[in-house]
Design a protein around this ligand. Structure first.
Ligand SMILES: [Zn+2]
Length: 189
């Protein structure tokens, strides 16, 4: 098996856990509590991952309290274990994906747009550039290639979708922590 296939198999294994909060099926609003993440809604047949994908991509602060935040952290933990990065790194990329999609009317975003979303999210989330660099490094987000690995981990887990022409190599060379904030540190509007 290729590395990607091995990773995919591990993610499928990782998705075989039960949902222990009330969450409504995106197709029919059936309560999915107690079902496993890799199964289907018993009412309408929609894969539960489709409901979770919208949750994973919705712009939700990574420290969000409550049951949705808890499920989001559980999903991120599974992906983190497979990709081999800290959970906070996965959560931050999920946040960046949410920011980028919101900037682009919820359409599919490119690698470059996602990295722009990550920079924007960083400037809103961290107090200053030094803190941003320190924590992003600690979370395994040192380069755009690191972001690409996590995005493709999310895709393998069914929590994000790839479009035609998407590949991990689209993330090559887009940023390092030395140049991510080269255009300056802007406090959010
Ligand atoms: Zn349903």
């Amino acid at each position: 098996m290729t590395d990607a296939a091995t990773r995919g198999a591990q993610v499928i294994e990782a998705n075989h856990f039960s949902i222990d909060i009330d969450i409504r099926c995106a197709g029919c609003e059936y309560n999915l509590r107690g079902l496993t993440v890799d199964s289907r809604c018993p009412e309408c047949g929609m894969p539960i991952l489709e409901t979770l994908r919208s949750l994973a991509q919705a712009f939700v602060h990574q420290d969000q309290a409550g049951s949705l935040g808890k499920l989001r952290r559980q999903l991120a933990t599974k992906v983190a274990a497979v990709v081999g990065v800290p959970r906070d790194g996965v959560l931050f990329v999920m946040d960046a994906l949410g920011v980028a999609r919101r900037r682009h009317d919820n359409r599919h975003v490119t690698a470059r747009e996602l990295c722009d979303g990550l920079r924007e999210r960083a400037m809103a989330y961290f107090n200053d550039i030094d803190e941003a660099r320190d924590l992003l490094a600690e979370w395994g987000l040192r380069t755009s290639e690191d972001v690409g690995r996590i995005v493709f981990g999310l895709i393998s887990a069914g929590l994000a979708q790839a479009a035609e022409g998407d590949s991990e190599s689209n993330f090559d060379g887009l940023f390092t922590l030395d140049n991510l904030f080269a255009s300056g540190w802007l406090d959010p509007e």
